[in-house]
Write a protein that binds this ligand. Structure first.
Ligand SMILES: NC(=O)c1ccc[n+]([C@@H]2O[C@H](COP(=O)([O-])OP(=O)(O)OC[C@H]3O[C@@H](n4cnc5c(N)ncnc54)[C@H](OP(=O)(O)O)[C@@H]3O)[C@@H](O)[C@H]2O)c1
Length: 271
């Protein structure tokens, strides 16, 4: 049996990885700073804090494969993504890990955003190590894009950088691809994983508004700066690798089905 350590196992990707790894025959060790109180017998939970450097060696004991999905986009990115990845890579080399799989993000070398710059540094740490590695870049997950729109949904108007281009993908499809690589062996830098369609943020917001039965106006805000410009020219997309199959519309319809039913039941808009 291949024992696979998933860092960031409580996160969006980490959660989607667990059952897929088990189904593919892996013995799963899941790591978090605070493992859940209730766990199932098929996943072994361990405590790991990459920023503190705590629990790394024991998490890697008898591990064959690592999928390193821990990240801190809103926290201390340097401590977790840069220093934490260095610590994990070093310990993985000592532990003789056979495949270190690193999920990354499309366009991080072309988009001047500090989280992406830290991800790019972490990629280099993985790639230049003596480990057998697999690096898989993906576009933004549907759930991530939806969470950004959820945060403006209650405003009377939605101020958005409508010209930015995104290509959202279903995290379950990204997890499936990562599990394939974790199962087949180290593959180096791989083709990126993109969602089925490239959209402008304006289109994305209109679909979100329709599916949720909302009516607020969308206000185009020309956010200045290099990050917005890089998104606008498509650096966060990979149209030649539109391998995901779940569209934004389908994902939203599925995700907000209960909301939409509620709106229909009361025959009125949700806001
Ligand atoms: N979200 C996207 O749209 C997207 C798109 C493409 C690629 N990716 C990449 O996919 C990977 C996973 O992203 P995600 O969106 O699933 O992340 P997420 O939901 O934010 O989860 C991050 C995980 O990191 C863990 N973590 C945070 N600080 C930690 C620390 N100090 N030590 C150990 N673990 C720590 C958290 O676990 P605890 O709090 O339980 O410790 C959490 O489980 C990342 O590499 C990300 O760059 C994400």
């Amino acid at each position: 049996m291949v024992r696979t350590l998933v860092t960031g196992a409580t996160g969006t990707l980490g959660t989607a990885l667990q059952s897929r790894l088990t189904e593919a025959g892996h013995t799963v060790r899941a790591a978090s700073r605070s493992p859940p109180a209730e766990t199932t017998a098929d996943v072994e939970w361990v405590t790991l804090d990459l920023a503190e450097g705590a629990g790394i060696q024991s998490a890697l004991e008898d591990v064959d494969v690592v999928i390193h999905a821990a990240t801190a986009p809103q926290g201390d990115t340097k401590a977790v993504d840069v220093t934490g990845t260095e610590r994990l890579v070093e310990a993985a080399m000592e532990a003789g890990v056979e495949n270190f799989v690193y999920p990354s993000i499309v366009g991080i070398d072309d988009i001047p955003f500090s989280y992406y710059e830290h991800k790019h540094t972490a990629e280099a740490t993985v790639e230049t190590s003596d480990l057998p590695t697999t690096i898989v870049r993906a576009t933004q997950f549907h759930s991530f894009v939806a969470a950004l729109l959820d945060s403006v949904a209650k405003l009377p108007v939605w101020p958005l950088p409508t010209g930015m281009q995104v290509q959202p993908v279903d995290v379950r499809e990204v997890a499936g691809r990562l599990v394939d690589y974790a199962t087949k062996g180290a593959a180096g830098r791989t083709d990126p994983v993109g969602g089925p369609e490239v959209h402008s943020v304006g289109d994305i917001a209109q679909t979100y508004r329709r599916v949720r039965g909302l009516r607020r106006p969308i206000l185009r805000i020309p956010f200045p700066g290099g990050t917005t410009r890089a998104f606008r020219v498509g650096h966060a997309t990979c149209p030649d690798h539109a391998v995901g199959t779940v569209t934004w519309d389908e994902w939203l319809t599925d995700h907000y089905a209960s909301d939409t039913d509620d709106v229909r039941r009361h025959n009125q808009p949700a806001v």
